[in-house]
Design a protein around this ligand. Structure first.
Ligand SMILES: [Zn+2]
Length: 135
Protein backbone atom coordinates (compact mmCIF):
# COMPACT_ATOMS: atom_id res chain seq x y z
CA UNK A 1 0.00 0.00 0.00
CA UNK A 2 1.37 3.39 -0.94
CA UNK A 3 1.42 6.22 1.56
CA UNK A 4 -1.10 7.98 -0.62
CA UNK A 5 -3.68 5.23 -0.57
CA UNK A 6 -3.09 4.67 3.14
CA UNK A 7 -3.93 8.33 3.83
CA UNK A 8 -7.08 8.10 1.75
CA UNK A 9 -8.15 4.98 3.56
CA UNK A 10 -7.74 6.79 6.89
CA UNK A 11 -9.78 9.70 5.60
CA UNK A 12 -12.57 7.37 4.48
CA UNK A 13 -12.59 5.57 7.84
CA UNK A 14 -12.79 8.90 9.62
CA UNK A 15 -15.71 10.03 7.49
CA UNK A 16 -17.63 6.86 8.23
CA UNK A 17 -16.95 7.31 11.92
CA UNK A 18 -18.11 10.93 11.92
CA UNK A 19 -21.35 9.88 10.20
CA UNK A 20 -21.87 7.16 12.79
CA UNK A 21 -21.44 9.69 15.60
CA UNK A 22 -23.97 11.99 13.93
CA UNK A 23 -26.45 9.15 13.64
CA UNK A 24 -25.95 8.38 17.30
CA UNK A 25 -24.67 4.85 16.69
CA UNK A 26 -21.52 5.33 18.71
CA UNK A 27 -23.47 7.38 21.25
CA UNK A 28 -25.65 4.33 21.83
CA UNK A 29 -22.59 2.08 22.16
CA UNK A 30 -20.98 4.47 24.60
CA UNK A 31 -24.21 4.52 26.62
CA UNK A 32 -24.29 0.72 26.84
CA UNK A 33 -20.61 0.66 27.74
CA UNK A 34 -20.80 3.18 30.59
CA UNK A 35 -24.34 2.71 31.89
CA UNK A 36 -23.46 0.16 34.57
CA UNK A 37 -20.29 2.01 35.57
CA UNK A 38 -22.42 5.11 36.08
CA UNK A 39 -25.04 3.13 38.02
CA UNK A 40 -22.46 1.71 40.46
CA UNK A 41 -20.95 5.13 40.94
CA UNK A 42 -24.29 6.89 41.47
CA UNK A 43 -25.59 4.22 43.88
CA UNK A 44 -22.41 4.45 45.94
CA UNK A 45 -22.59 8.26 46.07
CA UNK A 46 -26.30 8.27 46.90
CA UNK A 47 -25.76 5.90 49.81
CA UNK A 48 -22.82 7.98 51.01
CA UNK A 49 -24.57 11.36 50.91
CA UNK A 50 -27.86 9.98 52.17
CA UNK A 51 -26.13 9.04 55.42
CA UNK A 52 -26.30 12.79 55.94
CA UNK A 53 -29.66 13.69 54.31
CA UNK A 54 -31.64 10.55 55.05
CA UNK A 55 -34.22 11.10 52.28
CA UNK A 56 -36.39 8.37 50.76
CA UNK A 57 -35.89 7.63 47.08
CA UNK A 58 -37.46 5.07 44.76
CA UNK A 59 -36.12 3.93 41.43
CA UNK A 60 -32.70 4.97 40.16
CA UNK A 61 -32.31 5.07 36.36
CA UNK A 62 -29.32 5.78 34.18
CA UNK A 63 -30.33 7.64 31.01
CA UNK A 64 -28.85 8.80 27.76
CA UNK A 65 -30.04 12.39 28.05
CA UNK A 66 -28.64 14.91 25.60
CA UNK A 67 -28.91 17.96 27.82
CA UNK A 68 -29.41 17.07 31.47
CA UNK A 69 -27.18 15.48 34.06
CA UNK A 70 -29.95 14.38 36.34
CA UNK A 71 -33.58 14.77 37.27
CA UNK A 72 -35.97 13.95 40.08
CA UNK A 73 -39.67 13.07 39.79
CA UNK A 74 -42.41 13.83 42.30
CA UNK A 75 -42.59 10.10 42.97
CA UNK A 76 -39.00 10.16 44.19
CA UNK A 77 -37.50 8.47 41.14
CA UNK A 78 -34.04 9.75 40.32
CA UNK A 79 -32.54 9.79 36.82
CA UNK A 80 -28.89 10.31 36.04
CA UNK A 81 -26.92 10.74 32.83
CA UNK A 82 -24.54 7.87 32.00
CA UNK A 83 -21.88 10.52 31.17
CA UNK A 84 -21.37 10.92 34.93
CA UNK A 85 -19.06 7.91 34.51
CA UNK A 86 -16.81 10.16 32.40
CA UNK A 87 -16.49 13.33 34.47
CA UNK A 88 -14.44 14.18 37.60
CA UNK A 89 -15.78 12.78 40.84
CA UNK A 90 -16.45 16.21 42.36
CA UNK A 91 -18.99 16.85 39.58
CA UNK A 92 -20.67 13.51 40.26
CA UNK A 93 -20.96 14.53 43.93
CA UNK A 94 -22.63 17.77 42.92
CA UNK A 95 -25.18 16.13 40.57
CA UNK A 96 -26.03 13.37 43.05
CA UNK A 97 -26.46 15.84 45.92
CA UNK A 98 -28.51 18.17 43.70
CA UNK A 99 -31.03 15.46 42.80
CA UNK A 100 -31.02 14.05 46.33
CA UNK A 101 -31.89 17.50 47.75
CA UNK A 102 -34.91 17.74 45.42
CA UNK A 103 -36.42 15.01 47.57
CA UNK A 104 -36.45 17.55 50.38
CA UNK A 105 -37.13 20.68 48.32
CA UNK A 106 -38.84 20.15 44.98
CA UNK A 107 -37.68 23.51 43.60
CA UNK A 108 -34.56 25.67 43.28
CA UNK A 109 -35.33 27.95 46.23
CA UNK A 110 -32.85 29.38 48.71
CA UNK A 111 -33.72 26.51 51.03
CA UNK A 112 -32.84 24.04 48.30
CA UNK A 113 -29.39 25.55 47.70
CA UNK A 114 -28.75 25.73 51.45
CA UNK A 115 -29.46 22.03 51.62
CA UNK A 116 -27.00 21.37 48.77
CA UNK A 117 -24.36 23.58 50.40
CA UNK A 118 -24.42 21.49 53.57
CA UNK A 119 -22.43 18.74 51.85
CA UNK A 120 -21.15 20.53 48.71
CA UNK A 121 -20.17 24.03 49.84
CA UNK A 122 -18.50 24.86 46.49
CA UNK A 123 -21.59 23.86 44.49
CA UNK A 124 -21.59 27.15 42.49
CA UNK A 125 -18.13 26.50 41.09
CA UNK A 126 -18.99 22.87 40.32
CA UNK A 127 -22.27 23.84 38.65
CA UNK A 128 -20.40 26.26 36.38
CA UNK A 129 -17.84 23.61 35.47
CA UNK A 130 -20.62 21.16 34.66
CA UNK A 131 -22.46 23.62 32.41
CA UNK A 132 -19.31 24.13 30.38
CA UNK A 133 -19.09 20.46 29.42
CA UNK A 134 -20.43 19.65 25.96
CA UNK A 135 -22.48 16.45 26.08
ZN1 LIG B 1 -32.61 20.88 40.10
Amino acid sequence: MTIHSWVWRRVRIRKVRVRAVRRGASGRLEYLKYKEVARDLVLRKLAEFNLFYNFKYNRISIKNHKSRWGSCSKKGNLNFNYRLALVPESLVDYVVVHELCHLGEFNHSKNFWNLVAQTVPNYLELRNRLHKINM
